[in-house]
Design a protein around this ligand. Structure first.
Ligand code: NAI
Ligand code: MG
Length: 337
């Protein structure tokens, strides 16, 4: 079996952590072939494009990509558009998967209610308040929040397919249908209708503000969460705290036949070049490609076990309270794979 991967390290720590993730995948998935492509701020300054056509062509040819992070200027720059947003739109990557598993070191220091945190947030990635329909009308600023039945149904299918393969088999629909009965009512009802075809999966629902509180206080209560774009963006950051924070959080952007994995963190200019970036988020993102795109659950599990084992053994970068370098942590993880 051959697996084709397009590697896009990007800027800053992306260039430090992505090679670690590629090495982990190569060890767990013999038969992996790779091509490297460029995107991001450095690429924009060199070529005038943040996402060159060749990069898009290579992602399309491979189907799977591993993206590091890019730096975006905080002021408007003519011609620059965030490549990750462009890629999500170009390849219709409608599902954003963000799993969080509690670290042993944190669980052992806290009470039992936290020990079983193992949740996955499924975020609708194309519409809601991110539809791009924002305008100024005189003194009135308006953003349209678009929810369609079709997009709600396809994100629901992703959530239920995931849930039925998990131990607890529960989907929690997070919405705000009390205040947004038309848009979130459609979302909630559509997800429930899809859920009717999955009798083995339990369904419940929660208002988004309550869900935020519960993610902060009783995260072990959740299994699979399905929600709209903005709510998912915010709630996944809350959830990521339980997994060790920015340096550890992985994500996968998934469409039909195309998937782009990326650590949740950015280019981290404050630590770039120092050799201390945590490679775990990038490596766990690579594991998500193995599990959800290539359907290689064994390979994914070996990578994930190696990452958590390395962290538990004390091989930790400074963001997790340790003193290890990126290279040392990556070497320990590779050894365990
Ligand atoms: P950031 O995620 O780059 O950094 C936030 C904090 O987390 C910093 O203190 C950083 O040192 C730490 N951190 C991030 N990754 C880490 C890792 N692997 N190991 C250890 N610590 C890590 O977010 P920030 O500072 O808001 O943005 C910096 C740049 O990254 C900006 O240009 C921003 O536009 C871009 N960015 C890009 C993203 C992407 O490409 N997907 C996502 C978020 C930000
Ligand atoms: Mg975010």
């Amino acid at each position: 079996m051959t697996y084709r991967l397009c590697i896009i390290p990007g800027d800053g720590v992306g260039r430090e952590v992505i090679p670690c993730a590629v090495a982990a995948l190569q060890r767990a998935l013999p038969g992996l072939t790779t091509v490297e492509a460029e995107a991001g701020w450095d690429c924009f300054r060199r070529t005038g494009s943040a996402l060159p056509d060749e990069t898009i062509a290579q992602i399309a040819a491979c189907g799977a990509a591993l993206f590091g992070a890019v730096s975006s200027p905080s002021h408007k720059v003519e011609g620059y558009r965030s490549p990750i947003i462009q890629m999500r739109q170009r390849f219709d990557l409608y599902a954003n998967l963000r799993p969080t598993r509690i670290l042993w070191s944190q669980a052992s220091q806290t009470v039992g209610r936290l020990q079983a945190v193992d949740l996955i947030l499924v975020r609708e990635n194309t519409q809601g308040l991110y539809s791009g329909r924002e305008r100024l009308q005189g003194e009135e600023a308006i953003a349209e929040r678009v929810i369609t039945r079709a997009a709600s149904a396809r994100i629901a299918r992703v959530a239920f397919e995931l849930a039925r393969q998990r131990e607890r088999k529960r989907v929690t629909i997070v919405h705000k249908a009390n205040i947004l009965p038309v848009t979130d009512g459609l979302f909630r009802d559509t997800v429930r209708a899809v859920g009717a075809s999955y009798p083995e999966v339990a369904i419940d629902e929660m208002l988004v503000d309550t869900a935020a509180m519960m993610l902060a206080s009783q995260p072990a209560r959740f299994d699979v969460i399905v929600t709209t774009n903005l709510f998912g963006d915010i709630l996944s950051d809350v959830a990521s705290v339980w997994g060790g924070g920015m340096g550890v959080a992985p994500s996968l952007n998934l469409g039909e036949g195309v998937a782009i994995a990326e650590p949740v963190h950015g280019s981290a200019p404050d630590i770039a070049g120092k050799g201390i970036a945590n490679p775990c988020g990038a490596i766990l993102s690579a594991a998500l490609l193995a599990r959800h795109y290539w359907k290689q659950a064994d390979a994914a599990e070996r990578i994930e076990r190696a990452v958590y084992g390395a962290i538990e053994s004390g091989s930790r970068t400074p963001d997790l309270g340790g003193q290890a370098t990126t290279q040392a942590v990556a070497a320990e993880i590779l050894r365990r794979i």
